[in-house]
Write a protein that binds this ligand. Structure first.
Ligand code: UTP
Length: 274
């Protein structure tokens, strides 16, 4: 099987978190000791993925800067004998092979993924939302990689949500084929609770065969005036099996104030206790 690559969309405007995200990318907000996007990249690396594209915007240069060596800082740390700190920042520079791709216009998640088509080529690829932290052991992406390697079918993680939350999620329906694994038969982007086919929401982690691009290219603007990933997956369903994986770890949408605060509270406990 060809190597799985990863695409991390991080080019959105982050309007839910304004004014904080006016000049500061939401993916760069600190979650205890590192920015959100570093948690996300580390999840991909822990799942064995090292070729990673970050989709970013011209207004979000801070993301790329965080992962670039800063010679002046390294020299200063070396001179001051701050070897531990030097190790910490070098580790960030060397996390993975990162490629930064600019999404010129914020046309939606599906469009952001299309920007990575050349990078992905004919490899399977994971998508990890750059503003969403998942915890658990094995981590969510690792769980998906293991199932993908075995079944060779596109797959994404889902979580159980409350009826009043359906308008914030892509909602799926399907039948369970193994414990915690379903064959998806339909999905709807951000429905009202009355129209939602289930209470299983797409969580922000996916692995696709490269066929996804054939469908994504034909998708026009949909819900919220954006080019949606969900619409492409929906089209793909008529030709390919797509699986849903019920992930039981925690997920924090750090693009919302509530998710961000919960992430810090939860992850600080872990880090400060160790
Ligand atoms: P969101 O829908 O949460 O991001 O997309 P957003 O549009 O920035 O959010 P709000 O609603 O305005 O607050 C999930 C991920 O996809 C990226 C975002 O940066 C986020 O990490 N994204 C979204 C893009 O890369 N490009 C887009 O056009 C939209």
């Amino acid at each position: 099987m060809k190597k799985i690559k990863a695409v991390i969309p991080a080019a959105g405007f982050g309007t839910r978190f304004l004014p904080l995200t006016k000049a500061q990318p939401k993916e760069m907000l600190p979650v205890v000791n590192k920015p959100t996007i570093q948690w996300v990249i580390e999840e991909a690396v822990d799942a064995g993925i090292t070729e990673i594209a970050i989709i970013t915007g011209t207004h979000k240069q801070a993301i790329e800067n965080h992962f670039k060596p800063i010679e002046k800082l390294e020299k200063a740390l070396e001179k001051a004998g701050k070897i531990k700190e030097l190790g910490e920042i070098r580790k960030v520079n060397e996390l993975a092979n990162l490629e930064f791709i600019i999404q010129e216009e914020q046309k939606g998640l599906g469009h952001a993924i299309l920007c990575a088509e050349d990078f992905v080529g004919d490899n399977p690829f994971a998508v990890l939302l750059g503003d969403t932290i998942c915890t658990g052991n094995p981590n969510c992406t690792k769980g998906l990689v293991d199932i993908f390697t075995n079944k060779k079918a596109s797959i994404f993680s889902v979580e159980e949500i409350k009826p009043e939350e359906t308008h914030r999620y892509g909602i799926v329906s399907g039948k369970e084929i193994e414990r915690g694994l379903m064959l998806v038969d339909d999905l709807v982007e951000k429905p009202d609770s009355k129209e939602a086919p289930s209470l299983l929401g797409i969580q922000g982690r996916y692995i696709f065969t490269p066929d996804l691009f054939d469908y994504q290219r034909s998708i026009k603007r949909g819900a919220g005036g954006e080019i949606q990933l969900t619409d492409a997956i929906r089209l793909m369903l008529s030709d390919y099996p797509v699986a849903g994986y019920l992930y039981e770890g925690k997920k924090f949408d750090c693009g919302s104030k509530e998710g961000y605060v919960n992430a810090i509270t939860y992850l600080a406990k872990d880090i400060l206790d160790n």
